[in-house]
Design a protein around this ligand. Structure first.
Ligand code: ZN
Ligand code: ZN
Length: 315
């Protein structure tokens, strides 16, 4: 155990303080089961990521707490989130069982256990666990001057949103041939489009892409956005991928932009259903305030259908 990990563990033991743990988690992918053990001992369930490296014993204790629910003070919400953070085969089976045969505590929570899985970036699809996040993660860093093809920000597009009249925005342009992005399994360059003005009022805006080609918006519900005049587009914005990978949980609710990794939602976890195949879409990128100017934009993808979704959340 490194000094920093010891320090974070002591802060948890002595002061129930999780700040150091969260900071460490954003900097490195720590896998230390002692945090889960201590958190459970103290009844701490937030952040749920404290449990991500829990031992089988802690996991089984959590499941037993819910199986044998005897007292009304049990933190069902917290325990389900902790189990979701563990997310191994045993947890998947327990969640499936509780979905099929709802236990008494089901009436105390608003959504089924399977919905909790999404808070830790996975879901159950056809009875199997489907990962919605990536272990690989590259930060998006602002730079003063861009190399010709290093910039992932595409700026305003040629086509316009029919609802508000603003130019669409090529919010993210990714080169799948870049070796850093090999984990995405995209063959060429893809452009992710959205309407910057309408997105805060939409649940999702979907766009269809072609590798090495254009993309077009295929679904947008309404258009409550206020038109962005052409002269107000600031196109000098340059962001590049970090040279080396960063920790999976690099982004927080408040800061950080990254491709891959796991998103940190301001509100509930939200993964769109692909409008073509009906399957849950996977996280692709989180764009924080420094990137967007205001609020967080989450980008998701269905590679099979070549569709991306953008959604907006703000604190
Ligand atoms: Zn619009
Ligand atoms: Zn699809």
């Amino acid at each position: 155990m490194t000094e920093k990990i010891k320090e974070a563990l002591n802060a948890l033991i002595e002061n129930k303080d999780t700040d150091l743990y969260e900071e460490l988690m954003r900097k490195e992918d720590i896998q230390e089961p002692a945090f889960a053990e201590e958190a459970l001992k103290q009844g701490i369930f937030c952040p749920a990521e404290l449990y991500k490296a829990a031992s089988p014993k802690v996991r089984d204790n959590l499941i037993e707490l819910l199986e044998g629910e005897k007292n009304n003070t049990l933190n069902i919400n917290g325990i389900l989130l902790a189990l979701a953070a563990i997310g191994d085969e045993v947890v998947v089976e327990a969640f499936k069982k509780w979905e099929e045969n709802p236990p008494a505590w089901r009436s105390k929570i608003y959504v089924g256990p399977a919905e909790y899985a999404m808070e830790s970036g996975w879901c159950i699809e056809n009875g199997n666990k489907k990962e919605l996040t990536h272990d690989s993660c590259y930060a998006l860093q602002r730079v003063q001057a861009c190399e010709t093809n290093g910039n992932v920000y595409g700026g305003p597009s040629k086509d316009r949103c029919p609802h508000c009249g603003s130019k669409y925005e090529e919010i993210l342009v990714l080169d799948g041939k870049d070796s850093r992005l090999a984990f995405l399994g995209i063959d060429g360059t893809i452009k992710i489009k959205t309407c910057k003005a309408c997105l805060p009022w939409e649940k999702y805006i979907f766009s269809k892409y072609e590798e090495n080609g254009e993309s077009r918006i295929i679904y947008q519900e309404s258009g409550a956005g206020r038109r962005i005049e052409d002269e107000n587009w600031k196109t000098e914005k340059c962001f590049v991928l970090s040279e080396s990978s960063v920790a999976k949980h690099y982004c927080s609710e408040w800061e950080g932009s990254a491709v891959g990794g796991a998103p940190k939602y301001v509100d509930d976890a939200n993964y769109a259903i692909c409008p073509e195949c009906g399957k849950r879409m996977r996280h692709l990128a989180q764009l924080g305030e420094e990137y967007t100017g205001y609020g967080n934009i989450y980008v998701q993808i269905c590679k099979e259908c070549k569709i991306t979704a953008t959604l907006y959340q703000q604190s």
